[in-house]
Design a binder for this molecule. Structure first.
Ligand code: PAF
Length: 279
């Protein structure tokens, strides 16, 4: 496994392998879990070379405490990647990747960026767009892998690829869950044992929403979801929405030929967890 932290050295190496190899790319912020490993496995199945980046991107955090507390496990991440035969790991530093100016560019993603995470985490998707665009320009992969847990991010990355005419296939990968349904996330490692016992309610709730969606109105479902968390001393509801899957605009009325998805964000102390389900 080759580990690069220098952009030019990585690019030099890539220039010798592009012609004969299909490249798969999995961008991460480290603290790797089974969800990341499943993205990597999918890349390894389809590509000759798999590159994983590990970079905690400061511009996508709207809250300095969240950035400071984000789990950092570089050493064990590298061991894990070595053990699953990852080909290349890219671990740039912030000044290099941002050319000494750690500021996000502004993007227009046709309104996708204003809903849900965009509304609750100001500037988040400018930060994501900036780093993913930069990583795509440096690595120029054939395929890039993103989890559906961050479904809004996934739609925004697809828009980014279209706007920039990148020749990169975005591969969406299903949410990887713990046995009790909790969506895998690096932030889960920060949950206390009491919080950990309570969080399966998040998936249980959206599973039930899937059932309710067949017959109930959006406003009935929304009140039902609010009630689930109203008196919960550990979990507090940030938002719950049902949207059109492609525009991410909140549902007004159900149309037969459209795909819908339910999204939820929950605060558990200072830890924020998100999840979603196709309806
Ligand atoms: O999903 C993530 O881990 C991050 O948002 C990403 C895509 C690696 C960009 O920093």
């Amino acid at each position: 496994m080759l580990v690069f932290n220098n952009i030019e050295k990585l690019q030099q190496h890539l220039s010798t392998i592009y012609v004969e190899n299909q490249i798969g790319f999995v961008p991460t912020m480290g603290a790797l879990h089974q969800g990341h490993l499943s993205l990597i496995a999918q890349s390894q199945l389809k590509n000759d070379i798999t590159i994983v980046s590990i970079f905690i991107n400061p511009t996508q955090f709207n809250n300095i405490e969240d950035l400071e507390k984000y789990p950092r496990h570089l050493e064990s991440d590298l061991k894990q990647l070595e053990s699953i035969n990852c080909d290349i790991v890219f671990t740039p530093n912030a000044n290099d990747i941002y050319n000494n100016s750690i500021i996000a560019s502004r993007f227009n993603f046709d309104g996708l960026e204003y809903q849900m995470e965009g509304a609750f985490r100001e500037g988040h998707f400018d930060g994501v767009g900036t780093i993913v665009k930069r990583l795509f320009e440096i690595i120029q992969p054939n395929n890039a892998y993103f989890g559906e847990k961050d479904f809004q991010q996934l739609q925004i990355i697809k828009a980014l690829v279209k706007q920039n005419l990148f020749e990169i296939n975005i591969q969406a990968c299903e949410i990887y869950r713990e046995k009790d349904g909790l969506a895998m996330s690096s932030r889960n490692t920060r949950l206390s044992s009491t919080q950990r016992k309570e969080v399966p309610l998040i998936y249980k709730t959206i599973l039930r929403v899937k059932e309710l969606f067949k017959a109930e109105s959006y406003s009935n479902i929304q009140s039902w979801v609010s009630n689930q968390f109203e008196d919960n001393p550990i979990l507090s509801l940030d938002y719950f929405e049902i949207t059109d899957e492609s525009t991410l605009r909140t549902i007004k009325s159900k149309e037969i030929d459209k795909k819908y998805r339910a999204f939820i964000a929950i605060n558990v102390g200072d830890i924020r967890l998100i999840d979603n389900i196709s309806l």
